[in-house]
Design a protein around this ligand. Structure first.
Ligand SMILES: [Zn+2]
Length: 266
């Protein structure tokens, strides 16, 4: 091959790959303008603000350790086991859970009170974990906030462009909406993580049922950031049937959840 041709191919490859990344969950290329290390920088920068705006962390070390170790167990079976993950319970009474790029997952007191088993909490954490691993969170931020604004806030302590404060940006982050296909991927891949970590995948179905029931009583926060396709429960139930898990060998953990979470919140 001539030197010129090699250079041409190298140049073309560079051109085609800039701005693309392989989604580790689907194996497909996705348009991604933020390098992975920036995900981590954004997570580190905004996690304390998000925590503050969600009422601060629940002051119970036993509870926090329980949630973090459950999250770490799921992270180990994910497509990106080596990222450093942080799972935190916050005081907010609304029913919600949230992922930040780079490995941060928040679950609210309002959500924890509505769940009844360890498998259900594992389902919420697994769903949010997929948003991080598949970089839905970074993509939504690039799309809705503008990555240059976020990064200028990461790299400088000054108010980015003099327009938005860190608190203002955090409010935008809290209101990010995922696409329906992101949600579907988070549900289905999250269910794989759930079972791989040793939990009954019906935990995911029960959680979605609970959220839908809550939504009928009054609008809940989770659905303002997680648009809900109506067939969610149907496709999750169908997946369980085709996956043929040995359900008897998988954990539900009702008593553990009662002891570690519900009793601790009383
Ligand atoms: Zn979601």
């Amino acid at each position: 091959m001539s030197k010129k041709l090699v250079l041409l191919i190298l140049g073309l490859t560079f051109f085609l790959c800039t701005g693309c990344a392989i989604n580790p969950v689907t194996g497909k290329e996705q348009l991604m303008l933020i390098p992975q290390r920036q995900d981590i920088a954004i997570g580190q920068r905004y996690a304390p603000e998000v925590e503050k705006q969600m009422g601060g962390r629940i002051a119970n070390e036993g509870l926090q350790n329980y949630i973090d170790s459950l999250g770490q167990r799921i992270a180990r079976v994910s497509h990106k086991p080596d990222l450093q993950y942080h799972f935190l319970a916050v005081e907010d009474e609304s029913v919600n859970a949230l992922a930040l790029p780079g490995g941060y997952v928040f679950v609210t007191k309002g959500m924890l009170k509505k769940l009844t088993t360890e498998a259900q909490l594992a389902a919420i954490l697994a769903h949010e974990l997929v948003h991080i691993v598949a970089r839905h969170a970074s993509a939504a931020m690039s799309r809705e906030i503008g990555i240059e604004i976020l990064l200028s806030a990461v790299t400088s302590d000054k108010t980015p462009r003099g327009v938005l404060t860190a608190a203002g940006l955090t409010r935008q982050i809290l209101g990010l909406r995922y696409s329906r296909s992101d949600e579907r991927e988070a549900d289905l891949v999250g269910m794989d993580y759930l079972a791989a970590a040793g939990y009954n995948p019906y935990g995911m179905v029960e959680t979605m049922q609970m959220l839908e029931n809550q939504q009928q009583i009054r609008p809940i926060e989770f659905f303002s950031t997680h648009p809900n396709p109506e067939n969610r429960i149907a496709y999750l139930t169908q997946k369980i049937q085709t996956d043929h898990h040995n359900l008897a060998a998988l954990k539900t953990g009702k008593d553990d959840y009662l002891t570690a979470v519900l009793s601790a919140l009383k």
